[in-house]
Design a protein around this ligand. Structure first.
Ligand code: C2E
Ligand code: MG
Ligand code: MG
Ligand code: MG
Length: 276
């Protein structure tokens, strides 16, 4: 439970003599309680069409508002959810909540073209994953092409186990993004034939745009995406210079603090301005 350190440190009653088994049990209960008490909220970060300045879509990012500890980031609690198996009920909750938010935006006359949810490898590996997702988006009557999942390279590269599911999802009108692209094990061999819609180039590469070798890496990934006819999204855009560079090489969609931080669902209206 390496990732539990921050959470652990925040509990004054944590006893360092707890063994790993007790610790797991402890967090499982805390997270379980959090899910039941609606302490997990979704924030949304826009993806911007940098040609027009309009919103191409939004990404749902989980936040845990602990009554005593305040906000706990997903980098801390998602790994715990994965280790304890709570990721299954959490993902179910997150997908439903995102659909609910989409439906209320629509009711309020706010038109968000698409919304995405991050899916852990463990969740994707679940045998009933596809039917469970389809049941939910069906129940909320989400139009085809609006719901999107963000998965990592580890999933797309395990062709043998996952190609069938990827195809099923796409046939049902669900868009697929490869998240944090470039940080995992990619295979050029598979890239071209993968049934995915977007590749999100990881923030660490966007960060290097100010340096020549960094630029070369970004150029390479963007060229590769074009060759494979996959749309590219620049993650973690923080400066105008980074945006300008991405646009100059034909990367149309950007996401990052330069445009907006993740914000609560209720504040989504404030995003509906033109960025350019
Ligand atoms: P991710 O999906 O790659 O999301 C992008 C992360 O980068 C988010 O962190 C976002 O707040 C942050 N970010 C966005 N723009 C910028 C920027 O310009 N600069 C910097 N420095 N950071 C930026 P967050 O919200 O802490 O999420 C971390 C990760 O936790 C996510 O990475 C995702 O993998 C995971 N995650 C979040 N919510 C969920 C969830 O509901 N389910 C699952 N399975 N994973 C989730
Ligand atoms: Mg993501
Ligand atoms: Mg990412
Ligand atoms: Mg990332």
């Amino acid at each position: 439970l390496k990732n539990a350190k921050k959470l652990r440190d925040s509990y004054s009653f944590y006893d360092s003599s707890m063994n790993e088994h007790m610790e797991t049990y402890f967090y499982e209960n805390e997270l379980h309680r959090a899910i039941l008490n609606n302490e997990i909220e979704l924030y949304y970060q826009p993806k911007i069409d940098m040609d027009t300045g309009s919103i191409q879509g939004v990404e749902a990012l989980s936040r845990w508002f602990h009554p005593e500890q305040g906000m706990i980031s997903p980098g801390v609690f998602i790994p715990i959810a994965e280790e304890t198996g709570l990721i299954f009920s959490m993902t179910d909750y997150v997908i439903k909540k995102a659909c609910e938010d989409y439906v209320s935006w629509k009711k309020a006359g706010i038109n968000i073209p698409s919304f995405s949810v991050n899916i852990s490898a463990k969740q994707f590996a679940k045998r009933e994953f596809v039917t469970e997702v389809l049941d939910i988006i069906d129940a909320y009557q989400i139009p085809k092409g609006v719901f999107e999942i963000e998965i990592t390279e580890s999933i797309t590269m395990d062709i043998e186990n996952n190609l069938g599911k990827l195809n099923q999802l796409r046939e049902a009108g669900i868009k697929i993004s490869i998240d944090d692209f470039g940080t995992g094990y990619s295979s050029l061999k598979y890239m071209r034939d993968l049934p995915v819609d977007f590749v999100k180039i990881d923030r660490s590469f966007i960060n290097m745009i100010g340096f020549n070798e960094g630029k070369n890496m970004v150029d390479f990934i963007v060229d590769l995406a074009k060759l494979c006819e996959v749309e590219i999204i620049g993650e973690g855009v923080e400066t105008q210079a980074q945006m300008n560079y991405l646009r100059s090489i034909g990367c149309r969609i950007g996401q990052g603090f330069y445009f907006s931080k993740p914000i609560p669902a209720k504040e989504i209206e404030q995003l509906l301005y033109v960025v350019k």
